[in-house]
Design a protein around this ligand. Structure first.
Ligand SMILES: NC(=O)c1ccc[n+]([C@@H]2O[C@H](COP(=O)([O-])OP(=O)(O)OC[C@H]3O[C@@H](n4cnc5c(N)ncnc54)[C@H](OP(=O)(O)O)[C@@H]3O)[C@@H](O)[C@H]2O)c1
Length: 301
């Protein structure tokens, strides 16, 4: 199958490219960080530029477009809602429209942040109600994708993983702080159900190969608090060094509002894929094994 991954320079995108290339013909787009992934043809594309995106994607004629590109900095989205909307909502409409014109399947990566976090254990039947502009822009992206593309799969998920060095994200800063022996505080009652990007990439490929459409929640098989997760990261990456404090959940002044419990129920995914979703603990063990082995392809800054 010919597959394009938008956001190929991102945390999920580069992992997905590496796995997809083992059994498919694969292209990956980047925007501001040029990245090379072995075996994949990489190209620059801004998903907000409709005419150029159309030309680029139509030259490839993919069977499937996995749309991972997005503005994922939640606080930046809050400070600049128009940019969030342009990239996460309008960029998704553009990508979905082009996928439809090509007769391709579109897989849109959405988020557990479409929920307000008051209830937790959200299934696909629960009504979304985002509390910040990131969640609002991603939810609008879902709606615009539905209006624009008939072969659409929406995956609502949450994840952890490595960025391509020298870029660093949430995991890199946590591991570095723990290894330095710094004290770290995490909320004991803020929950999520994260998958390692390596686990999630494998699941996305199963969805593609089965040609599934619709809305699916794809999270780890059980939820964990931010504190519980950080404790497990400490045991794996900095045993004996870490000082993690459990603190009660609160909104942080000056930052975007965060939902308290965005855990996902992923029963429909398990039924349709005929699998049991993996645990985040298994994902963390896999991340540890992969940590030192991330190929030094690097990004240009
Ligand atoms: N991270 C999470 O915990 C999480 C949770 C739930 C859902 N998601 C969703 O999953 C997807 C992947 O997340 P991630 O964490 O892998 O993202 P990420 O590491 O922040 O990467 C974002 C990607 O989007 C690209 N991009 C940004 N603006 C663009 C534009 N205007 N045109 C084209 N590409 C653009 C970036 O390209 P350059 O770097 O080259 O500029 C990068 O490749 C996102 O859609 C996100 O909303 C993420």
């Amino acid at each position: 199958m010919r597959i394009v991954v938008t956001g190929g320079s991102g945390m999920l995108g580069h992992n997905l490219l590496r796995q997809a290339v083992l059994s498919h013909e694969v292209w990956g787009s980047y925007h501001t960080h040029r990245v090379d992934v072995q075996g994949c043809a990489m190209f620059a594309m801004d998903v907000t530029a409709e005419a150029d995106s159309r030309d680029q994607l139509k030259a490839i004629r993919p069977h499937c477009v996995v749309h991972t590109a997005g503005l994922t900095d939640v606080d930046l989205c809050e400070r600049s809602p128009q940019t969030a909307r342009a990239i996460n909502s309008e960029g998704t409409r553009i990508t979905a429209t082009i996928a439809e014109e090509m007769g391709a399947q579109l897989i849109y990566l959405s988020t557990d942040y479409v929920f307000d976090g008051e209830k937790g254990d959200y299934s696909e039947r629960d009504a979304p109600s985002p509390v910040n502009h990131y969640g609002k822009s991603k939810l609008l992206g879902e709606e615009l994708a539905r209006q624009s593309c008939s072969r659409l799969l929406i995956i609502r998920t949450t994840m952890f993983g490595r960025k391509i060095p020298p870029r660093a994200g949430m995991m890199e800063s946590l591991v570095e702080a723990l290894r330095r022996g710094e004290a770290v505080a995490r909320f004991a009652d803020q929950y999520f159900s994260p998958l390692y990007t390596g686990q999630l990439s494998g699941l996305i490929l199963r969805f593609i190969e089965l040609g599934l459409t619709g809305l699916f929640h794809v999270g780890s098989s059980e939820k964990v608090s931010r504190f519980g997760f950080a404790e497990a990261v400490a045991q794996a990456f900095a045993p004996g060094k870490a000082k993690i404090h459990a603190v009660p959940f609160r909104q942080i002044e000056g930052s975007a509002m965060r939902p308290r419990d965005t855990s996902l129920v992923s029963k429909a995914t398990e039924e349709r894929l005929g699998i049991q979703l993996p645990t985040w603990r298994a994902g963390l063990a896999q991340l540890k094994r992969d940590w030192e082995n991330l190929p030094e392809e690097g990004v240009s800054r």
